[in-house]
Each structure stands twice: as C-alpha cells, then as structure tokens.
Design a protein. Structure first.
Length: 581
C-alpha cells in the first residue's frame, strides 16, 4: 500500500468514526428528548388528576381514611358540651358454633355448664335463655358491651366458640338521664323514640359525625328535675311524674323528664311502656293551672278592668250541671282572691262574661288545639272541645267555655302548658318549644298572645298566689317564684274518678323578670304522711317546685336576692283569708 492509499484509508476511517459519534450523539439527544417529553406528559397528567381529585372528587381511599377516624355515629351533648350520647369501642360476646370446624362439636363442655359459668360472670344474665341459645347451635350475640376483665374470665373457660369481636356501641355516659329526650339506638344501629331518631341522618353523615350536636338541655338541671320528681313520686306513692323546665324567652327546653324512666344503654330492654313520654305525648286535663290564662284573656279583652270587682262564689248552676268550689269561700270573691283560693265558680263567671269566641281564640293562639311543636317524634294531640256548629265546628257551648276556663273539658300535654305560661310571663309572646340550642340573636319570631301590660299584671298575680295562696309551699326564698296549682280528677268510664287526681304546679321565676318556666305534674298521687294526708297539688306538686328552684337557679344564672321582690302592694289590700286546693 503506497502512502496515498494509506492516507485515504485513514481519512475514510476518521470520517466513519466521526459519523458514528455524531449518530450516537443525535440518538442520545433524541432519547433524552423523548424521556423529557414523557416525563412532562406524566407530570402534567398527574397534576391534572390531582387537581381533579382535589376539586371535584374524593377517592375511596381518602373517604375511607377520613371515615375511619370518625365515630360510627355522631355525639350528642347538652348545651354546655357534656356528653349525653356517644359511640365507643367495646367487646361483645359472640357464639360461633363453627369455631372448631365444620362437623365438629360447637362446645367443649355442655351448654348447661357454659351457661352456668356465664351466669356466674354476668349475674343479670338469664340462665335459661343462655342454655337455649347455646343448644340452638346458631351464631348469635350472647352479650353486648363486655368489660375487658369479664372477657378475660370468659376466655379462661377455654371455649373456642366464645369469641370477643371488638365493635362500636352507643353509650349514654349519664345513664338514664334525659332518656325520653335522647331515645336509644338498637343493636342494628338505628335510633328510636327521641332525638336519636330525629337526628338519625345527621348523626350518620360523615360531614357531621365529627362535630357534636348540642341540645338545649342542661344536664345539671335535668338531673335535679329527675331527682326531685323521683322524690315526689316516692313521697306520694304516685304512679308517674312529669316535668319540664323551659326558657321563658327562647322556648328552649332546659330539662324534660318523664318518670318512671328507662336505661337507654340497655336497648334490648328498652321496648316497653316506660319509653312513653308523659311530657310531650300524654294529654291531661290540667285543672286550675288554666285559670290565670282565662284571667289574662279577660284582661286583654277588657272584661276585667277593675280587680276589686267581686263575683259570686256560691255554687253556679248551668243547665243540669252545677259548678262548685272545693271549699266555701264566702258569698263572693274578686279576681286576686279567686286565683289565690283557686275558685272554679268565679273563674266560670269571668269566662261567661268573656264568651266562647275570645277564650277559644286565646287557646288557639297558645297552640292548645294542635300537637306541641317540638322536635320529638311522639307528640300528643289535644282533646279539643267541639263547638256547637256543624261537624263540631263553631263556637263552644256556654258550659264548655266555663269548664275550659278552669282546665276541664280540654286535655293537653304538660309541654303545652309550659309554652302557655312562658307567654303569660315573658311579655305576652308565644314561641314554640325546642330541643335545639338557640342563638339568642336568632330567636323564633313567635306571636303575640297577650299585651305586655297584661303579662305584667299576671306576674303580680302569680307571685301573689305563691306568697298568700295555694302555692305557698312552692316559695323559695330569694327566687321570687310565681305559679298556680291545679288538681284535676281523671276521667273514666261513667264520669270523673274522684280518687284519681292529676296534680300540677305551673311556675316561673324570678317573677320580676321571668327567665324560666317550671311545670311539675304527679299522676295519681296518694294522701301520705309526707303530704299531711292531702292529695292536691298545693301539698305535693308545689313542694317539688319549692325544692327544685333553689337547686337549679344558681346553675342557670339566677342568684337569690332576699332583699328584692315583685311589687304586689296594689293587690294586697284586695285579698282576704281563706283556703283553696
């Protein structure tokens, strides 16, 4: 090979090598470009998807994580944040007959031996029921809410078929407190009877489960009310009791109790007569507690313009019926005396002058002709007197007007009465009762029933009844309690039963500026040594209020003041002496 040929060969090799390098560089650059484009595409796709998920969707993973951190059912609290109902994790005792495999014996020991051992661990267990369940050989719960120490004792029995699944249960930390307001949750997780039923969708909604739902109740006042009602039942051997504490301005239910009560923690035993709510679902003839309402209606209508005017207090014949009083109060009484001594005859004369149209209109304005407007699912419909017109419509008959005026011939719930008394004392505005905590800046508008001046006069009269009349045993020094007794015979087949009474005291305090209404009712109280052998409200229901108000007043911000009271000096000269119900 000559020099020229060798030089050409070398040059060609260099060119080829340069071409290879250039091609490799281009290929690398193209690959890098594709990698960059792919990376940008993936990044953009991820960003778009993240934005889509964040703005428009919620992935199952995120939902599940969020829900896993929330209780299975939202918490219910009182107005101050005290837990009334909450979900908590607990053990259950589950019978799994296939724990040792298909075809194997479900139990190592006999059902009788296991049932006997379980009854020793759980003293309230039903031995016969346990035996029956174990012999049936079907999977079932033997017990809910098992304490860890009891679970250890069951585990020590050495039975593989007795298992302990950990589950969330509904728990009521205060026991039976406010049971008729709360209701209960059954083993399937469904709410019944009270606010558990009303709030079902909210309590199960993941958007709300993390935030407690506050009711209007005050757990402290609720406990005091239940305690005093229970004491009153025991002292009078009554078959039942009911009570409500109502905010006179907002309509908020501060406490509501119906006795006997039930334990919502035992949902397996809750289906019984005790779940019936006497406050919102049972209607009663509430007797003389209606008399102040009649007087207020008459003052508003201009029928009563002078409280010194006297009316006949002797038996009042109306057709074949005669209206009479429980005691002889003399030939005549004025309105303050009639309220102090609780005269049916004088109230009937006032109602006769007032007429059926005005009295009926007042009762309708107070909601006495419809179910009580509260959130509870069970609300009693009043026994409303029929008019004399076609189909029972039209004005009431003369006798009906008179009997309604003193609380007979019309049956309503204690909750109706509480709302009516709130309107009597708060300046004349009726508002619906509610179990939700109300922002003072967003009160329900309500409706005017009485003039403000009429309400002011009734505050004086109600205070006078407690100072000088049938409500004396409800007086609580410094709290300026006002109210009215009511003792009504219960209707039965063939007429009223003279041996069966409904004893009620309707009260408000402090009467110079009422903040709370208190209704206390006893169902069929008996004459006992504690009541001086008496069965009327003055001797059994009124003392309950007298004990209750000093307990709840300071809790609710009402400080006793022994040097301040309602001015009733213009009424005192009008009042004589006497006894009433």
């Amino acid at each position: 090979m000559n020099a020229l040929t060798a030089s050409a060969a070398i040059a060609t090799g260099r060119v080829q090598l340069a071409n290879v390098r250039q091609n490799a560089l281009v290929t690398a650059r193209l690959r890098a470009l594709w990698v960059m484009v792919l990376f940008i595409f993936v990044s953009l796709t991820a960003c778009v998807r993240i934005a889509q998920l964040g703005l428009f969707e919620q992935t199952p993973e995120r939902t599940s994580l969020a829900e896993a951190l929330l209780p299975s059912r939202g918490e219910i609290t009182d107005r101050n944040g005290v837990a009334l109902a909450r979900a908590f994790a607990s053990y259950s005792l589950w019978f799994n007959p296939k724990a040792m495999g298909e075809g194997g014996a479900p139990l190592v020991k006999t059902p009788e031996e296991i049932a006997r051992a379980l009854a020793g661990i759980f003293p309230d267990a039903d031995y016969a029921d346990l035996v029956a369940r174990l012999k049936a050989g079907k999977p079932c719960y033997l017990r809910r809410r098992v304490l860890p120490e009891d679970a250890n004792k069951v585990f020590a029995l050495g039975e593989p078929a007795l298992e302990f699944p950990r589950e969330e249960q509904r728990f009521y930390p205060q026991g039976s407190l406010a049971a008729h307001v709360l209701g209960f949750v059954d083993e399937a997780g469904k709410g019944h009877v009270g606010m558990e039923q009303v709030l079902e969708s909210r309590l199960l909604d993941p958007a709300h489960r993390g935030t407690p739902t506050a009711l209007s109740l005050d757990a402290r006042a609720q406990g005091a009310l239940e305690d005093e009602l229970g004491r009153g039942m025991l002292e009078t051997s009554a078959k039942g009791a009911a009570g409500v504490i109502l905010d006179a301005d907002s309509g908020e239910v501060i406490a509501l109790a119906s006795l006997p009560s039930f334990n919502p923690n035992r949902s397996d035993l809750a289906y019984n007569d005790l779940v019936f709510n006497r406050v919102s679902n049972q209607v009663y003839e509430l007797g003389s507690t209606f008399k102040p309402i009649t007087v207020a209606s008459a003052i508003d209508a201009g029928v009563i313009t002078d409280l010194s005017v006297r009316y006949p207090a002797v038996p009042f014949p109306v057709g074949k019926f005669t209206i009479h009083d429980s005691h002889n109060f003399g030939a005549s009484l004025n309105v303050p005396e009639a309220l102090i001594h609780s005269s049916n005859t004088v109230t009937a004369h006032v109602a006769d002058l007032l007429g059926p149209v005005a009295l009926k209109r007042t009762m309708e304005a107070l909601g006495m002709n419809e179910r009580p407007p509260i959130e509870l699912p069970a609300r009693g419909f009043p026994l409303w007197p029929h008019g004399g017109g076609e189909g029972g419509k039209g004005d009431w008959a003369r006798l009906t007007t008179m009997t309604v005026s003193y609380g007979h011939g019309i049956a309503v719930t204690p909750l109706h009465l509480a709302s009516a008394y709130a309107a009597l004392v708060n300046g004349g505005i009726w508002r619906p009762a509610t179990l939700y905590k109300v922002d003072p800046a967003h009160l329900a508008p309500g409706r005017r029933v009485f003039q403000a001046s009429t309400s002011a006069r009734l505050r004086q009269l109600l205070r006078m009844i407690v100072v000088d009349g049938t409500g004396r045993k409800a007086d609580a020094p410094g709290f300026r309690v006002g109210g009215k007794t009511g003792s009504a015979e219960k209707p039965g087949s063939g007429g009223y039963r003279k041996t069966s009474l409904i004893a009620t005291f309707a009260a408000a305090f402090p009467m110079d500026k009422p903040r709370y209404v208190v209704i206390v009712m006893l169902d069929e109280p008996q004459a006992t040594a504690q009541t001086g052998g008496q069965r009327t409200a003055a001797w059994n229901a009124a003392p309950i209020v007298g004990r209750l108000v000093p307990r709840i007043g300071p809790m609710l911000g009402v400080v006793p003041d022994a040097h301040h009271d309602v001015d009733i000096s213009d009424l005192s000269p009008l009042v004589g002496s006497g006894e009433g119900e």
